[in-house]
Design a binder for this molecule. Sequence first.
Ligand SMILES: [Zn+2]
Length: 157
Amino acid sequence: MKKLNKTRRLFFKLFGITIFSYLLLPYKFLYSASKKIINKNLTEEQKIILFNEGTERPFTSFLLNEKREGYYHCANCNAKLFSSESKFDSGTGWPSFTEGLPGAFKTKIDYSFGMKRIEYHCSNCGAHHGHVFEDGPSETGKRFCNNGLCLIFKPSD
Ligand SMILES: [Zn+2]
């Protein structure tokens, strides 16, 4: 009798775990779906940066010399991320900004390459854009170091 109870308990325990993971399945799916390719015309290089946390070579972005007024959008989902007003020349070789538009990004701590850096993602599509540092020139103190390939500039007029 005792042995039977034990088997029963084990059965319910396993059954419970299975049910639980089934219940979580849609959420797992949602999470992975939140980071997906929306722009079907992305190049391989853009995909590596946006979805595999890659980094473009410094001084290669044509956005470095972009000085017109306008907005910088996410190359994947087109969300508005930065205003030209926050852009500055950091000398690092990557387009740099003192702040993102409100709610544009979500951040995460990145420990790769033996460094602790704050990585940021487009809050709309989840794609990786760059890292944010605490040595910016304005009162925000922030320096958003963005891969130029992840941005699309749209001049305003
Ligand atoms: Zn996006």
